[in-house]
Design a protein around this ligand. Structure first.
Ligand code: ZN
Length: 309
């Protein structure tokens, strides 16, 4: 069984740029390309398999017809979605509900938990993560009175930073940032504030009441464990393990062998090139190692992000 390589789907966005083309070498649709849906079975961007016996099929078709590839995990959809995001301008400030709230208020949809690995960013880049309100009353008061400067927590970022965004966490990507996002396969987003910008002459829709419902207070930052597993040709760090995913960073410099013993493993190459079990891989490749794939050897110089359930 070969790794399942996927062909990304690109999305043009008002805030997008050209770095997915310039930095990653993708054939992007335009200079406002905001998102690369790299591993996705979502109906709005369902990746096509590039190689092997399933070449030409959508990931959703594999999920439906060949669940054995994914360890017979239950569910109506491939549970994770991996994106690269190039934000040339600021994105709106938003929050996601949890599964329970989404089920009740969004026709049985899933909530959304996501996380961000900063692939690259400008020297003075920042991100919105959390808020400064002491309690829920203050969240409501600050939003209704548009006290955005007091409310929104903006922090500087650098390449290699990692952020976990649980439901109820206020967040926004700001311009000059390239991110790898690992998320629950869901769309439910409440927009809190859009910097009073206009899009086609009109402000974009806000979801103030639902946002106030779901924003958690006070905000508690997530701390990444600095513990690393190091071996002869590699360094591996667990960035997060939560109810929805486990995300790891692997730096390979030489040769290193790992075991894939999960229902499936998503793999994204963010830097460098090399091989996996002798098959060439390079920056910008994304693939899935199916159910209990077993041992795999990575060779070369590469920075890799993996995710599994
Ligand atoms: Zn989000």
């Amino acid at each position: 069984m070969e790794p399942i390589f996927l062909k990304p789907v690109f999305k043009e966005m008002i805030w997008g740029g050209n770095r997915l083309g310039v930095d990653f070498g993708y054939d992007i649709p335009g200079d406002d390309t905001g998102e690369c849906w790299a591993i996705s079975a979502h109906p709005n961007g369902d990746c096509i398999v590039e190689n092997g016996e399933y070449a030409g099929k959508h990931l959703s078709e594999l999920w439906d017809a060949h669940r054995e590839l994914f360890g017979h995990v239950e569910g109506d959809r491939y549970p994770l979605l991996i994106k690269l995001i190039d934000a040339k301008a600021d994105l709106s400030i938003q929050v996601h509900p949890n599964d329970a709230y989404a089920k009740e208020h969004e026709n049985g949809s899933l909530g959304k938990t996501e996380c961000w690995y900063i692939v690259d960013c400008d020297e003075d880049a920042q991100i919105v993560i959390g808020h400064h309100a002491k309690n829920h009353e203050e969240v409501k008061e600050m939003i209704l009175n548009k006290r955005w400067k007091d409310f929104i927590r903006v922090i500087p970022i650098k390449k290699g930073d990692f952020f976990q965004i649980n439901p109820g966490c206020l967040h926004a990507i700001k311009g000059g940032t390239l991110i790898l996002e690992t998320q629950q396969n869901s769309d439910i987003t409440y927009r809190v504030y859009d910097y009073d910008r206009l899009s086609n002459g009109k402000p974009r829709e806000l979801h103030v009441e639902k946002s106030i419902d779901v924003i958690e207070a006070p905000f508690v930052p997530y701390e990444v464990s600095e513990t690393k597993e190091t071996g002869d040709g590699y360094e591996k760090q667990n960035l997060i393990t939560c109810d929805f995913y486990a995300v790891n960073k692997i730096d390979v410099h030489g040769s290193a062998t790992f075991t894939q013993d999960k229902p499936f493993l998503n793999v994204s190459i963010l830097e460098g090139n090399g091989t996996i079990n002798g098959i060439s891989i390079k920056k910008g490749d994304h693939f899935i190692l199916p159910d209990r794939y077993g041992d795999y050897t990575l060779e070369g110089n590469m920075k890799i992000i993996t995710s599994s359930l």
